[in-house]
Ligand binder design. Structure first.
Ligand code: AP5
Length: 245
């Protein structure tokens, strides 16, 4: 039997294979989409991404998640990124552009992608344009998660994460069934090292200084949809669906 990435497909339960087959058939009728999610830390990008991903059959590329995985695995990339991330500063443009370029080659990105946390500087946006131009495609829509800074501290300091899956909870707004335990696997949840009020200050500073100009960059291209990210998650989802319809 054919194997895939070290997994022998003969060992995969039939029900899982059928579910994946049905998913892929359903995806055939979906239009391709290339989306960017921009917003300050805690604005809800990571919360909305899995919903958009399932609806439109896209891959979800979150540079923060990829960098944290590299830090945990102590790869050369992770070693370079760790210091900036711990301080709430941005890592170098070349590092993140390299990981996005590589990640976009995944088969799951065939129908398009959601970029979550990238581009975060105008240089990154320009390099992304070059990358896409070579493939003959372009960004369709930029979702701007607009929100006042004052709301973000409570969201960030109450966030709990299941590291292997990326599932995110909030002690007040989206609590797990058992505190600090993942609903699906029963494994422990963790809090991110940079999810403190002190580091949030630097992350917000970086957002206003380096990432807000990226919103202007795409506004000039006429592809930005502004969301009211302070609303409850379900209302934000409804705004996302309207913007993408
Ligand atoms: P990254 O991981 O991208 O962090 P971030 O942009 O700061 O975003 P967050 O993940 O904190 O926020 P989110 O908007 O996804 O919020 P969430 O949906 O979880 O980056 C981390 C670091 O990596 C950076 O500081 C930098 O060093 C580096 N990096 C990454 N990309 C880079 C790049 N391109 N260039 C250079 N450096 C880079 O929501 C937060 C909480 O609120 C959750 O608990 C959630 O349950 C809750 N919540 C969500 N929505 C709502 C709602 N509507 N109402 C109430 N609660 C809500």
């Amino acid at each position: 039997m054919a194997s895939n990435g070290g997994v022998d497909l003969a060992d995969v339960p039939s029900v899982d294979l059928m579910t994946e087959l049905l998913r892929r058939m359903k995806c055939q009728s979906k239009p391709d989409k290339r989306l960017i999610l921009i917003g300050p830390p805690g604005s809800g990008k990571g919360t909305q991404s899995p919903i958009i991903k399932d609806e439109y059959c896209l891959c979800h590329l979150a540079t923060g998640d990829m960098l944290r995985a590299a830090v945990a695995a102590k790869t050369p990339l992770g070693v370079k990124a760790k210091e900036a991330m711990d301080k709430g500063e941005l890592v170098s443009d070349d590092l993140v552009v390299g990981i996005i370029d590589e990640a976009m080659k995944k088969p799951s990105c065939q129908k398009g992608f959601i970029l979550d946390g990238f581009p975060r500087t105008v240089v990154q946006a320009e390099k992304l344009d070059d990358m896409l131009q070579k493939k003959g495609v372009k960004v369709d829509k930029v979702l701007n998660f607009a929100i006042d800074d004052t709301i973000l501290e409570e969201r960030i300091t109450g966030r709990w994460i299941h590291l292997p899956s990326g599932r995110s909870y909030h002690s007040k707004f989206a609590p797990p069934k058992i505190p600090e335990i993942d609903d699906v696997t029963g494994e422990p949840l963790i809090q991110r090292k940079d999810d403190t009020a002190a580091v949030l200050k630097s992350r917000l500073e970086a957002f206003h200084r380096q990432t807000e100009p990226v919103i202007d960059y795409y506004t000039k291209k006429g592809i930005v949809a502004e969301l009211h990210a302070e609303k409850p998650p379900k209302e934000v989802t409804a705004e996302v669906q309207k913007a993408l319809s």
